[in-house]
Design a protein around this ligand. Structure first.
Ligand code: CTP
Ligand code: MG
Length: 233
């Protein structure tokens, strides 16, 4: 079953506060998009990469991809994203090839995600799960609060997982979930759409390197990880 990755990279990165969209912000001299591609290209099972980029940065995305993809494997397509993440995933879905059977959706913001994690998610789908997400146990205690800050509940930490990307799907499961999802609301979690559409989602072990870069602090953490040979880079 051929595997495609939809790499959503069309966000503006308001919380990062850079002068360019987040995918093009430098991390130890390379744009986040280039780092993200390194992880994806390291997984040989991926046959098709769809980069969903800001309309203003389609050419720049093509240059970055062209410098890193040798020959014709994987096939790379670049499409313009939408006004929110769900619209960008939908734009990516429309660029799937006829034979793409397994689809992974990945945030460029998780640009240090190692190839192993892609393989683990793909294996989960190949083993028969229509929707697979990587997750890690949470180390903080999590509280449910109301908008005044009053604690309503403290869920048992044992049953909680912090969920990452890439999230992997049988193509139909992802397409059906997006069709069922109203275009007026956005989603940061494709597996959540599958759940709402009545599908089952499975968790495989995530990876601390799949951390999400949201704020300038996260960029400092990612740079330190890249510099430390025990971890990334
Ligand atoms: N994303 C996208 N298209 C959008 C919005 C988000 O492709 N219209 C992507 C981002 O590029 C990112 C992922 O969705 O890889 C998760 O979004 P987030 O971390 O919130 O990134 P931004 O939306 O860029 O950041 P911010 O919310 O701070 O503006
Ligand atoms: Mg955002």
């Amino acid at each position: 079953m051929p595997v495609a990755v939809i790499l959503v990279a069309a966000g503006s990165g308001v919380r990062l506060g850079a002068t360019m969209p987040k995918a093009f912000a430098p991390l130890r001299g390379e744009p986040l998009l280039a780092h993200a591609l390194r992880g994806i290209l390291g997984c040989r099972e991926v046959g098709h990469v769809i980069i969903v980029a800001p309309d203003s940065h389609l050419d720049q995305s093509r240059v970055i991809a062209g410098q890193r993809v040798q020959g014709d494997h994987p096939r790379v397509d670049i499409v313009a994203g939408g006004s929110d993440r769900s619209a960008s995933v939908k734009a990516g879905l429309s660029a799937l090839g006829l034979d793409d059977r397994i689809v992974l959706v990945h945030d460029v913001a998780r640009c240090l995600t190692p190839p192993d994690l892609f393989s683990r998610v793909i294996r989960g789908v190949r083993e028969g799960h229509p929707a697979v997400v990587p997750g890690l146990p949470v180390s903080d205690t999590v509280k449910v609060v109301d908008d005044q800050g009053r604690v309503l509940d403290t869920p048992d930490r044992q049953s909680l997982r912090g969920v990452q990307t890439p999230q992997g799907f049988l193509r139909e499961a992802l397409e059906d979930a997006h069709v069922a999802h109203p275009a007026t609301t956005s989603s940061t979690d494709d597996a959540g759409l599958v759940e709402r559409a009545g599908g089952q989602v499975w968790v495989v072990t995530g990876d601390h390197l799949a951390l999400k870069i949201t704020s300038p602090f996260d960029l400092v953490v990612a740079a330190a990880l890249l510099q430390d040979g025990r971890y990334a880079g």
